[in-house]
Design a binder for this molecule. Structure first.
Ligand SMILES: Nc1nc2c(ncn2[C@@H]2O[C@H](COP(=O)(O)OP(=O)(O)OP(=O)(O)O)[C@@H](O)[C@H]2O)c(=O)[nH]1
Ligand SMILES: [Mg+2]
Length: 583
């Protein structure tokens, strides 16, 4: 009897204690977390963010959810390390357990964002990819973009779907051509830019030279958040101006951070202080303090000052420090332009737009996904939306999020999020989706006029069906443009660069089991006909008349001379280049 009473008593005490813990958790634990300044949190971060993630899982508060979103693209010239940095960010974000590499030589595991077969084979990114993770109360959406200019249409479109950009610079190469182009797009659109100077584990240009190049070539003010101590074989770490500490390269975790005293120096004795590189860094820091730009969160937000971070993506050095500062200063979703003015991300009506379509992401299912950037309101699975282009109501019942290694059904999403909708050919890149009565369109997405053309046909006539299916799907993705000749209905493909044809050929074989024959036609100047009809007899070898996939007439001119000659002879035919119509 006594034993039973004792047992019941113990269970009761246990339940009461558990209840109080539960109540206290929300208040006390949250307050403890908030009482840590960001820079003090680093050591405990690994342990607490898992708890925080559960706590933050699509909370009830819509506004807080929207303000916790950070959506950014990683941009640069090819090979600067975008995919490598993305992989390390996923690792720190807990989205993947082990980091893969672009070439997977040592580990046999490829980087998550280079998931496509041809990307693995060639070690380059050919299409942008989206990944999401939670970190320290933020929901982060990363878009890794391809650097090669032949795929820049995809990169430009991706830039329309983000709120900020991380620009990577290979410290040995400085500002390269494609980085400059992408930077200009960001500036034009007022997108805040964060700079990551990469590959410090190798000998590169002196950091002051890199900074000067950034300001001179790009014409933007910069503020180094940290500064390298040495480089290459003599890389010792970074002097972290923002967090007042030195972060050591390749040391045990316990020695990773050394705090700085009020004079900005390591207090007391330390082996680092015997290095001439440390003294050199102190001199350079003094120079930056005296002659450099002031830190300004407002200027960062307006895209007028870029915070600069140094590190090495490959060795994951400086990446976590970068991520934490980035999250502190990167903007939450902003209002976006539309045909009816700015749309508030906190507005009630759901809206978003399709900025990318991708077929065969999952080889087992062979499905197509339309990537939607949510711009306002709340997405709820099963909701009905309108697509103004089609004037059609669609029920969104199949949706997915992109949590790196696995895809999972997404039931809710808010502004800033990127969701995937399973597509059976309904969507087009640039489509706006809205709920409620007010229909509007988001801004047009950038469109490039192809310059290179080939005539394409199926190698094996028995495989015509796969051939047509492959072409139709890859054209819908915008991976390549399709045209048909008048009367003969030959298929022509147009691309911005040669690599697009190579990817097309590879994907047709790999994903659709269709070998293709491509006959080069060289470069052409494409001009669209303004009007429904045109005299088809005007077609000649120097001014070939074709129809695009929307049945619009297009002339493909041999060269500038042929274009001018045609215009003089046929002044009534009004021609235009869609790229000139871009805002
Ligand atoms: N030494 C060194 N190599 C790096 C570092 N980061 C990336 N790399 C290497 O640089 C090469 C290119 O890296 P990626 O991450 O594929 O570059 P990317 O910018 O994604 O390239 P694209 O997608 O093709 O434009 C790979 O061989 C990487 O291993 C780094 O910090 N140090
Ligand atoms: Mg890449």
């Amino acid at each position: 009897m006594y034993l039973r009473c004792g047992y019941v008593f113990t269970v009761l005490i246990f339940l009461i204690t558990a209840y109080f813990h539960y109540i206290l958790y929300d208040h006390v634990f949250k307050e403890i977390l908030q009482s840590f300044r960001l820079r003090d949190k680093i050591e405990v971060m690994d342990k607490i963010f898992i708890v925080k993630r559960e706590e933050n899982e699509m909370g009830n508060n819509f506004k807080e959810d929207v303000l916790s979103r950070r959506t950014f693209a990683i941009i640069s010239h090819p090979d600067a390390g975008k995919t490598t940095l993305t992989e390390k960010l996923l690792l720190f974000g807990g989205a993947i357990r082990d980091a893969g590499t672009v070439k997977a030589k040592k580990t046999g595991k490829f980087a998550t964002s280079d998931w496509m077969e041809i990307e693995k084979q060639r070690g380059i990114s050919v299409t942008s990819s989206v990944m999401q993770f939670d970190y320290d109360g933020f929901r982060v959406n990363i878009l890794d973009t391809p650097g090669h200019q032949d795929f820049s249409e995809d990169t430009y479109r991706t830039l329309m779907a983000v709120d900020s950009a991380v620009m990577i610079v290979d410290a040995a190469k400085g500002i390269e051509a494609q980085t400059l182009k992408l930077f200009k797009v960001c500036r034009m659109r007022g997108i805040p830019i964060f700079t990551f100077m990469n590959k410090l584990d190798r000998q590169g240009k002196p950091p002051l030279e890199l900074l000067a190049e950034l300001e001179e070539v790009l014409g933007i003010e910069s503020y180094p958040m940290n500064w390298p101590i040495g480089m290459g074989k003599e890389f010792l770490g970074i002097y972290d101006r923002f967090n007042n500490r030195v972060e050591q390269f390749r040391v045990e975790d316990s020695e990773r951070f050394i705090p700085l005293n009020e004079d900005g120096e390591i207090a007391g004795e330390h082996p680092l202080k015997t290095s001439g590189l440390y003294d050199q860094t102190l001199d350079e820091i003094m120079l930056l303090n005296e002659a450099g730009n002031e830190f300004s969160a407002e200027k960062i937000a307006a895209g007028n000052l870029t915070p600069v971070f140094f590190g090495s993506a490959l060795t994951a050095f400086g990446v976590q420090t970068f991520l934490e500062s980035y999250l502190e200063f990167a903007p939450a979703p902003k209002a976006r332009n539309s045909s009816v003015g700015k749309i508030d991300p906190l507005g009630e009506q759901f809206s978003g737009f399709v900025f990318k379509i991708q077929a065969n992401m999952n080889p087992a299912h062979r499905d197509r996904i339309a990537f939607v950037r949510v711009c306002s309101g709340k997405f709820e699975r099963g909701m009905t939306v309108n697509i103004p282009r089609l004037n059609k109501q669609i029920k969104l019942s199949q949706s997915t999020s992109f949590m790196a290694e696995e895809r999972s059904t997404v039931d809710e999403a808010v502004s800033g999020d990127i969701i995937g909708l399973y597509d059976t050919g309904t969507y087009q890149i640039g489509d706006t989706l809205t709920s409620g009565k007010d229909d509007f369109q988001y801004e047009r997405l950038p469109q490039f006029t192809p310059e290179l053309y080939v005539r394409v046909s199926a190698k094996n006539v028995m495989k015509q069906k796969s051939f047509y299916k492959g072409i139709q799907q890859l054209v819908q993705e915008g991976a390549i443009q399709l045209y048909k000749t008048i009367k003969t209905d030959d298929y022509l493909l147009g691309a911005v660069g040669q690599l697009q044809f190579e990817v097309f050929e590879h994907r047709m074989r790999n994903e659709y089991n269709a070998e293709v024959l491509m006959e080069r036609m060289g470069s052409k100047i494409a001009r669209w006909v303004d009007g429904e009809t045109v005299d088809e007899n005007l077609s000649s070898s120097r001014s070939l008349l074709v129809k695009d996939r929307f049945d619009q007439y297009v002339f493909l001119f041999e060269n500038d001379f042929a274009l001018r000659w045609f215009q003089e002879k046929n002044p009534k035919v009004k021609l235009y280049n869609p790229m000139d119509q871009e805002a």
